[in-house]
Design a binder for this molecule. Structure first.
Ligand code: ASP
Length: 346
């Protein structure tokens, strides 16, 4: 906490439905500016906080979010880290879990809250969820423990009734107000009449170190999603994508893949070409247990790394981060097997 008694919060508005208005000609929603957003939440003034804001110019639909935007968000956080007690990032829901995951890796030694939120209905709509989400996100960003330390010391997503760890979250619904869920990790807080933190689930480290931001992200990574109709030609084509260094292989069930010789051979050859392949389940809940079935065991024998219960969003952004560090293939493989900031249960 800063020495001031009023919590100081920085809002970084990137865009998303929360700030959108309807285009009168096309009738589709498009991002609008921050003043409009704040004018629609007069209650914010009731919070006795010092709030400043930075906005993307222009604000974007989160489908346009790219690693360069993650770098921009991280730069704003780093440049303002000492001046503020917490950060609220307003973001579209579509790629929110990717941004939350990427930032969790980029913001090394984070000791302050970075709360990402947005909404399913624009803040100007009568039934909007945006107003509540914004106010609760601000309150969480300002929350401290008995020692005056920030309650949340990680990147988290606040949506409707829950606070989730950012790198454990997935967008689950395009319709429901409770749009996010962490399928393999408990909520960090439940929002009801009060904000009830789940202290055991919150990220804690022994030593407090200065924030260090990792800006290099390597995008030479891709998803390869299995389906029962995948052919050798399609598989080999994808595994030979020019310049690719890392592949998140989305497999069936507990990390299982076809046992046909052509499949195993093609994957093995890619691993031998030094491509890092991470096995992640297509299931929304649970993880990879390579030894459980012969089909998983055979895949593991090719040198594919187990992603355990990591989300796809965290898997792909973790690869971008690790390759961005300039690590060797062996080191990337090693770190993929570790939890860096609570993204995987081991
Ligand atoms: N398309 C919007 C976005 O991701 C959806 C939303 O914000 O809910 O920016």
């Amino acid at each position: 906490m800063s020495n001031q008694s009023r919590p100081r919060i920085l809002i970084i508005y990137t865009g998303g439905t929360i700030g959108m208005i309807e285009n009168p000609v096309t009738r589709s929603l498009q991002p609008f500016d921050f003043t409009h957003l704040i004018d629609n939440v007069p209650k914010i003034r009731k919070l006795d906080y010092d709030i400043e804001n930075i906005q993307f110019n222009p604000p974007i639909d989160s489908s346009d979010m790219s690693p360069q935007h993650w770098v921009d968000i991280a730069r704003h956080i780093e440049a303002n880290y000492d001046r503020f007690d917490g950060f609220v990032v307003l973001h579209g829901t579509d790629t929110m879990a990717y941004t939350a995951s990427a930032l969790s890796f980029m913001l090394e030694n984070l000791h302050k809250p970075v709360i990402i939120t947005g909404s399913q209905l624009p803040i100007g709509e009568v039934r909007t969820d945006g107003e509540e989400n914004l106010i609760t996100a601000l309150q969480i960003a300002a929350a401290t423990d008995m020692m005056g330390e920030p309650m949340v010391r990680e990147v988290a997503i606040l949506f409707e009734n829950y606070l989730w760890r950012g790198n454990r979250s997935t967008k689950m619904s395009a319709d429901n107000f409770n749009a996010f869920k962490s399928n393999n990790y408990p909520s960090l807080a439940k929002i009801g009449l009060g904000i009830h933190f789940n202290e055991e689930a919150l990220w804690r480290v022994q030593a407090k170190r200065p924030l260090k931001v990792q800006y290099e992200l390597d995008t030479a990574v891709m998803f390869l999603d299995l389906n029962p109709g995948i052919t050798e030609a399609v598989l080999r084509h994808q595994l030979s994508t020019p310049g690719i260094k890392g592949i998140v292989l989305k497999t069936f069930g507990a990390g299982n893949a076809p046992t046909y010789a052509w499949f195993t051979e093609a994957v093995k050859e890619a691993v031998e070409r030094d491509i890092v392949i991470l096995n992640v389940t297509q299931c929304v809940n649970g993880g990879v247990h390579a030894k459980m079935y012969m089909s998983g065991n055979q895949l593991a024998s090719t040198g594919v790394v187990s992603g355990h219960d990591i989300t796809s969003e965290a898997a792909i952004t973790k690869m971008m981060y690790l390759f961005g560090l300039g690590l060797s293939t062996a080191e990337v493989r090693r770190y993929l097997e570790c939890s860096l900031c609570g993204e995987v249960s081991l």
